[in-house]
Design a protein around this ligand. Structure first.
Ligand code: AHR
Length: 508
């Protein structure tokens, strides 16, 4: 069956800039994300650049990866950076107690990570250790990375083979301090965040954007307490925020409790809707955290950084439970697009986001076969690629009318989700039909500009749980979409059941 939905878009009313950093990524020392994912070592038979897997880099460059968060996650608060520099064979070992209790040999450390970021053309986002580290350790790490004179840390870096300082624009002050990062109370962490941030210094030209641990999902009290710890937010609009510049937010999508989060590929239509309803809940989380932040910070000096988000399913049967390896279906793709719609709508406050994680862990972009090395792009990857014209474009409001909804998990889920942006006379409209069974036609009521050219693409598959494997790498892949035609108000677009469609418009 087909029902009609209208989307009114004023193409001449650009809103906040959608930072490209909303399309950021995350690489933790966890399972096969770093080792066997990004890092295969120089002796690997797989094509690599100084030990970094070349096809993984190419895949992420195609989606214009803007930044990469590292080394964790929970791992970050166990990590001591000095163990990961110098000759590889001399580096001390440690236990990765959070993730599989495996021995970490520190062969991927600071230099390897910065090399990876340079190959990717991505900005590094380093997560500093508050949970088990020291102020001095964090202070020396930023000096080591970014200082350009003969300071002790700059000299140590040169000794280890890197002459020029690196640019490090993003710095995490701890990770999940309310949980694995120290089990701290909000008051306690707020004080530590002020203290640690003070010593994460701007050396030379390098300007650091410091991101302190923010809330776990709907912990609005944590946000409130952290916001209270700022000085001068409500005063002059152009007075900088300090001592840190942003708060994070972590929220994962699953269909069951933590003890049984749901299967990545074996799910019912009800679980399809439940996952999407829980993904759409990001809208409420952003609205409510923003409301708290607005009260203390009317000029929006403090950013909200959703530096962990995505689906978290039960691990693939037969894989190490501590490695968080999961498949990725069409459902994951629509979970991702639903998040992006919310991020775009909140672009005035949400300045950055990092899906968890880039390779072989949770809602990954890329999966690699542990035996053959074969690389597969996931359905989620394709949403990042299809949305790439939103990077640094101006958000446009999409007024949706007559959208049917379904009740799932105590929430109403609208069955069409959309967002749009404009940049340099080009607009991109993203449309998802979350309906598991029915197609839908959307009338795009386009105001303020004439359209001189258009191109639509679609991501869908016959089954809800379609996914890509080495044997069928393109089971879910974007294709040109022909279900688009002129309409008295603009354009009419067919959305197949369970599909994602992007429409690129060239404006007069
Ligand atoms: O992304 C996996 C883990 O989820 C991270 O290490 C942690 O920060 C979060 O709990």
């Amino acid at each position: 069956s087909t029902s009609h939905v209208t989307a009114v878009i004023d193409l001449d009313l650009p809103g906040a800039t959608i930072s490209r950093h909303l399309y950021g990524h995350f690489a933790e020392h966890l399972g096969r994300c770093i080792y066997g994912g990004f890092w295969v070592g120089e002796g690997s038979p797989l094509p690599n650049v100084r030990g970094i897997r070349a096809d993984v880099v190419d895949a992420l460059k195609t989606i214009r990866i803007p930044n990469l968060r590292w080394p964790g996650g929970c791992f970050a608060d166990d990590y001591h950076w000095r163990d990961g520099i110098g000759p590889r064979h001399q580096r001390p070992r440690m236990v990765n107690s959070h993730w599989g209790d495996v021995v970490e040999d520190n062969s991927f450390g600071t230099h390897e990570f910065m090399d990876l970021c340079e190959l990717l053309g991505a900005d590094p986002y380093v997560s500093g250790n508050v949970g088990s580290g020291t102020v001095r350790e964090m202070s020396e790490w930023i000096e080591y990375l970014t200082r350009d004179d003969d300071s002790p840390m700059a000299a140590l870096r040169r000794n280890n083979g890197r002459e020029e300082p690196w640019r490090v624009p993003f710095w995490g002050i701890g990770n999940e301090a309310w949980g694995c990062g120290g089990n701290l109370r909000a008051e306690q962490f707020a004080s530590l965040a002020r203290q640690y941030s003070t010593y994460v210094r701007d050396h030379g030209e390098n300007r650091v954007y410091r991101i302190a641990v923010g809330a776990n999902s709907d912990d609005y009290a944590w946000t409130e307490l952290l916001m209270k710890s700022f000085d001068c937010l409500a005063k002059e609009p152009d007075q900088p925020a300090g001592p840190f510049q942003a708060l994070s937010l972590h929220h994962y999508t699953m269909t069951g409790p933590w003890s049984d989060k749901g299967s990545a590929i074996e799910f019912s239509a009800d679980e399809w809707y439940l996952a999407l309803a829980r993904a759409a809940y990001m809208e409420e989380l952003l609205t409510r955290h923003t409301t708290v932040m607005d009260r203390y910070d009317p000029y929006k000096k403090v950013g909200l950084v959703v530096d962990e988000w995505g689906t978290w399913w039960n691990v693939e049967p037969g894989t190490n439970p501590g490695f968080l390896y999961q498949q990725n279906t069409l459902r994951d793709a629509l979970v991702a697009s639903t998040h992006f719609d919310a991020f775009h709508r909140h672009a005035d406050r949400v300045v950055m986001a990092n899906i968890a994680q880039a390779v072989n862990v949770l809602q990954a972009m890329v999966l690699t076969d542990p035996d053959t090395g074969a690389l597969v792009l996931t359905p989620t990857y394709h949403v990042f690629e299809m949305n790439s014209a939103h990077h640094d474009a101006s958000a446009l409001t999409v007024h949706l009318r007559d959208v049917p909804s379904i009740e799932s998990g105590g929430r109403e889920l609208p069955l069409v989700s959309a967002s749009a942006s404009v940049k340099d006379n080009a607009a991109l409209v993203s449309l998802a039909n979350l309906d598991a069974e029915s197609s839908r036609t959307v009338a795009l009521d386009l105001r303020g500009h004439d359209i001189v050219a258009r191109h639509a693409r679609v991501l869908t598959a016959p089954c809800l749980n379609a996914h890509n494997t080495p044997a069928a790498p393109n089971a879910v892949a974007p294709a040109d979409h022909h279900g688009i035609r002129p309409h008295s108000r603009g354009l009419e677009v067919d959305l197949p059941a369970h599909s994602y469609v992007t429409v690129s418009l060239e404006l007069a």
